[in-house]
Structures are given as C-alpha cells and as structure tokens.
Ligand binder design. Structure first.
Ligand SMILES: Nc1nc2c(ncn2[C@@H]2O[C@H](COP(=O)(O)OP(=O)(O)O)[C@@H](O)[C@H]2O)c(=O)[nH]1
Ligand SMILES: [Mg+2]
Length: 481
C-alpha cells in the first residue's frame, strides 16, 4: 500500500499538499494501517526533509515529565532529589516563578527564553528574571536526564495570578495540548486549588496531552493526609486518587549527604534523647542548644529529627545514612512507577511524540495524512494502554476493584507479563499462556454487560487485547523452547 507514496509522491519533491491529499483520497490507502515510517516518508514532499527529520529526532529524545502542584508543594525539591543535585532553586525566589526545563547537556548551561522566543545565556541560578521572561532552560550532565527531560512548573498560587497563569499556560494551554508525556502531581493536602489544578491536568490527559498522572503525597515527613484517606476522599471522584508518599527533602539530603553533615548529625544523635527532643521543639531552641544554623536551613526540623532517628537506629556511617534517608523518603517507589509507566514504554511514547509533532506541522495541509497519523496513534496498543491507564480514575461506573485489576493487567505496575497477570517470576511459557487465555476470557465476559458505558467498554476491550498479546507472546516462546 505504501507503494503509491514511494512511487507517486516521494519522487516528486515539489508535490503540493493538494496532490498529497488527492493521492490519499484512495480509501484503501487511508484505511490501511500505514507503518509509522511510511507516514514520515509521505510527509516529506509536503514539509520538506528538514522538518520531517526534526520530527524524527524526537525518536531519540528523552521523554518529558512535568512536575505540577500548588506553590510550595515541594516540586523543585523533588526535582533536585531526582536529579541528585541542588540545582532547582527552592522557595519563592523569582526564578521559581517561571516554567523551567532541565535537559541533558554535556556541560551545565542555562538560557532565558524571552516572550517571542529569543534566547539569552544566563548565569545559574539567575538573580532576577525580568518581566518579559517566558521560561528558563537548563542543561546538565545528570544521568537521569539521559532518560527524562524534567519540567519544573511554578505551581498555582492564590497570591500571584501571573505565576498561576504561566503554570496553566504550560500544563493546560488554551490553544493546544500539554507537551509533557506524563505529569507527576504533588499534593501536600487536598485543597480546592489542588482539585482545580488536578481537574485541568486530568482533562489534558483526556484530550490527548500527557498520557497519565502519577500522584505524589509530597513532604511526607510532615503531618498530612494518608494515602488511604485520599483514596477514600469523595472530592477525588474522577481524578487520580493514588498518591505515593514521598519526602523530597529526605531524598535530596540522602542523595547529596556530605561527610561534615553526617558528622554533625551523628554528634546530635549522641546527645541524650530528652535533651535533643527539647531542642527540636522549635528552630529557636534548636539554634540556642546547638548553633547548627546551616544544618537547620538545609534539613529543617523534621529532616534533622528523621536523620538523628536513623543514625540512632543503626545508620552509623555516611553511606549508611544516605541509603537509609533515600529508603525512608519513598523516592525509589516513585522512580519505579515512572519506569513502569513511562520508561518501559519509551519507544511507543517517543513515536507518539514524533508523530504528534508531524501532525502539528501538517495541520491544515494534508488532511488525509493527518487522518493516517491519527489512526496510527489510535491503534498502537502500548499507547492505548497508557491512555486507558490515564483514564481509569474517571471510569467511575466501574467498581474500584475492577479498576485496580484493570490497572494491573494494562501494565500500570509494569509491562512484564508476570506482573500483569500476577504470576510468580519463572512460570513456564505454557502456564503463562493458559493464564493469559483465562484472563482474556474473564475480561471478554465482562464485556457482555449491556449496561457498560462506552468508555468502560473501551477499557475492557483494551484489557482483552493486552491479555491476548501476552498469550500470543507466550505461545511463541513455548513453541521456540
Ligand atoms: N519537611 C519537608 N519540607 C520540604 C519537602 N520538600 C520541600 N520542602 C520545603 O518546602 C518549601 C517549598 O519547597 P519547594 O521545593 O520550593 O516547593 P515548590 O514551590 O513546589 O517548588 C521549601 O522550604 C522546602 O525546603 C519535604 O519533603 N519535607
Ligand atoms: Mg519550585
């Protein structure tokens, strides 16, 4: 089917979009599922090689994860913890008030992007940002940035309309969809401002923007709601309700722990328990009793108390304390979820990003080709799974246990067949096949319910297809062995 593209279109460098359109009117062409590479090839005569090659570069670019939440939710601290350096300014300085993108670079660089797109190199962190600043871009040689580009949003704030507007312009733009592949939403406690922002982010997921929201119950070392309370909170109906407790502060302190900090904390841990408890009642008392103002600034009262408890509990060397802090922080759970949701589907997500960019460039010029792109995006089962996972919170007509089971089988906890089917590692191909066939039958039977609403039906169909995929893979392996 792609023959016509090759023969008719690709040889003609000056073909205009009308010709591309008319060639694609051939319904057989449009109806056939074009391979992804054929779509890019077909766009070359319309857009030119440079534009198409720019889209194809997306296939090698890291995926984009945006951090969202209200001001002071702990986004920049968590970003620093993920990167392993204190690079993003925390607290309300001017530069936490614009969207900042952190991407990989061989050496540290920083640029200001001005309204209108002009870029100027800047010192990092900048002391002032100027009025017409659109965003900031930072390049760093951090390993995590090889896999993910991180976007720090300032958050919404009742105190600053401009800050909220810049955040929303990125997360929920008026004139399009958010470019992030996934959003990590940080929540300290459930306020109306969180509900409003979460609704807008979740609406973006439904509109073909980010493929899902990963919930984080942030600053988890402080007092706040528990994950179970959030899961049962009726205000979160239709919104993501799984929030993983993470203390970005403990994670960051663990990842950047210095020997002198450890020495100071270990000395505190040797003090009598009652004496230190009395000092940790307030910052003033702590300073009066210890004089450790640097420690207090970086760690906060909670952080110091946690670290001292870990030293007393046996973390008696700097590496042991660093590891214990990271374990306690919940950071590893978050990176596992990101890996399961995004990392394991990186190829499909990159293809989506490339096709979406191609689609954007073609908009209004080659409608048939755009239709082909839409079809390719709609048909890729890895993307169907991610879209369905992202939409699960909104499928309130399905009972919660069904949604939990769907999450698993669609690969929400990881794409390995054993994880999807809840089987022990190392089962035989034959057992795997039998379990997958049973699971496919289970979900197909659920489709018999005549009262299912269309979105729930689509989710169940996706589950059937996922199980069939596992069964087919297991059959191939069984035959091969
Ligand atoms: N106790 C505690 N404080 C935190 C944590 N994360 C951030 N903070 C503090 O909360 C304040 C706001 O953090 P920041 O990361 O700038 O929030 P952002 O506005 O969402 O980027 C800062 O004073 C941080 O030190 C955490 O996990 N635990
Ligand atoms: Mg911030």
């Amino acid at each position: 089917m792609t023959r016509s593209f090759d023969g008719v279109l690709l040889d003609n460098a000056h073909v205009d979009s009308a010709l591309v359109d008319s060639a694609l009117v051939d319904s057989a062409l449009v109806d056939s599922a074009l391979s992804d590479s054929a779509l890019f090839d077909a766009a070359r005569p319309v857009l030119g090689d440079d534009a198409v090659d720019a889209c194809l570069r997306r296939l090698h670019a890291p995926l984009r994860i945006a951090l969202a939440g209200t001001l002071k939710a702990g986004k920049s601290t968590l970003l620093n913890a993920l990167i392993g350096h204190s690079v993003a300014p925390t607290d309300a300085t001017e530069c936490t008030r614009v969207v900042t993108t952190y991407r990989r670079a061989p050496a540290p660089v920083a640029e200001a992007v001005h309204d209108g797109g002009r870029r100027t190199p800047i010192r990092w962190p900048p002391d002032g940002t100027g009025k017409a600043l659109h965003s900031l871009e930072v390049g760093l040689p951090a390993p995590l940035l090889e896999r993910y580009t991180l976007v720090d949003t300032p958050g919404t704030s009742s105190n600053s309309r401009a800050v909220s507007a810049r955040t929303l312009a990125y997360l929920d733009p008026d004139d399009g969809v958010c470019e992030a592949d996934a959003v990590v939403y940080l929540l300290r406690s459930l306020h109306d401002s969180d509900l409003a922002l979460l609704r807008r982010v979740q609406a973006q997921v439904g509109r073909g923007g980010p493929l899902g929201v990963v919930g984080v119950l942030s600053r988890a070392d402080e007092d706040g709601p528990t994950p179970a309370e959030l899961r049962d909170d009726p205000r979160l109906d239709g919104l993501p309700r799984d929030f993983l407790p993470v203390s970005g502060l403990l994670a960051l302190r663990g990842r950047t722990l210095r020997q002198d900090e450890f020495t100071a904390l270990a000395a505190l841990a040797r003090r009598p328990v009652a004496e230190l408890d009395a000092a940790l009642v307030s910052p003033g008392r702590f300073l009066a009793a210890t004089g450790h103002d640097g420690l207090l600034d970086a760690w906060g009262m909670h952080g110091i108390a946690e670290a001292v408890a870990l030293v007393r509990g046996g973390a008696t060397t700097a590496p042991a304390l660093a590891a214990a802090l990271i374990r306690r922080s919940g950071l590893e759970g978050l990176t596992r979820i990101l890996e399961a949701r995004i990392g394991e589907r990186a190829a499909a997500l990159r293809m989506r990003a490339a096709l979406r960019e191609l689609r954007g460039r073609l908009a209004g010029r080659a409608t048939r080709l755009v239709a082909g792109i839409d079809r390719a995006l709609a048909d890729d089962h890895a993307l169907v799974e991610l879209r369905t996972l992202g939409a699960l919170p909104g499928l309130t007509t399905l009972p919660v246990p069904t949604r939990i089971a769907l999450d698993r089988v669609l690969g929400g906890a990881g794409t390995r067949p054993t994880v999807r089917l809840g089987l022990p590692a190392g089962v035989s191909g034959r057992e795997m096949h039998a379990a997958a066939v049973r699971a496919a039958m289970h979900w197909r039977r659920r489709l018999d319910d005549p009262l299912l609403d269309p979105r729930a039906r689509r989710a169940l169909r996706a589950a059937v297809r996922s199980c069939e995929g596992v069964a087919a893979g297991a059959a191939v392996r069984t035959r091969a062995s």
